[in-house]
Ligand binder design. Structure first.
Ligand SMILES: [Zn+2]
Length: 197
């Protein structure tokens, strides 16, 4: 190894980091072209310094940042979905208490209550199977249920507890009511009784 080789090898780390002067670069390039040993040395050194390839380094850093951003966004989205879920549940519970979950999925019931409050309907159906309606506690429930059933030709017989009994063609059925919250009650009609005969 001659003196030139030594100088070049001393300069190579700086050269790789692009910190050498234009004159030094020319000197190093010229030497590398004529000296296979130093070219080998240079190639090895280049591989040992991962920062060397600036074009590769930048995207990999970006990829990492993008990934972190994506993960953060996913965590935030997940958190806000949970927040919305708990807020909604909290609001529903706050307004209606645990009673709302006694009738199964509370959403149809909440929708029915909104409809009940925003229209002058006496009742709103919130379940198809079994057939269930919701009404305000302020209504005369006996009167309303009688009218409802008589439209379907059921004749009122008697009331026992929370149930109203009706007869038609020797058949007897009952419509049962249940206090839902202080403001509302639900009532269930036997499915086939709602069919016109
Ligand atoms: Zn050399």
């Amino acid at each position: 190894m001659n003196e030139k080789c030594e100088i070049v090898r001393d300069l190579l780390p700086m050269y790789i980091d692009d910190l050498t002067s234009k004159e030094s670069n020319e000197f190093i390039n010229r030497h590398l072209q004529s000296c296979p040993e130093c070219t080998d040395y240079y190639n090895n050194l280049k591989e040992d310094i991962p920062e060397f390839n600036h074009n590769e380094k930048v995207p990999s850093e970006n990829t990492e940042k993008t990934l972190i951003k994506k993960i953060r966004r996913r965590i935030l989205l997940g958190a806000s979905a949970l927040t919305i879920f708990f807020l909604t549940t909290g609001i529903i519970l706050g307004i209606f208490g645990d009673a709302i979950f006694q009738e199964g999925n509370p959403l149809p019931l909440v929708k029915s209550i909104i409809k009940l409050e925003s229209t002058d309907a006496d009742y709103v159906q919130f379940s198809e199977m079994p057939v269930k309606y919701i009404s305000k506690s302020t209504i005369d429930r006996e009167e309303m249920i009688k009218r409802f059933m008589e439209k379907k030709n059921w004749i009122y017989k008697e009331q026992m507890g929370n149930s109203y009994f009706f007869i038609k063609d020797g058949e007897e059925i009952s419509v049962s009511t249940r206090q839902f919250t202080r403001k509302y009650f639900t009532w269930e009609v036997p499915a086939d009784s709602t069919l016109e005969r």
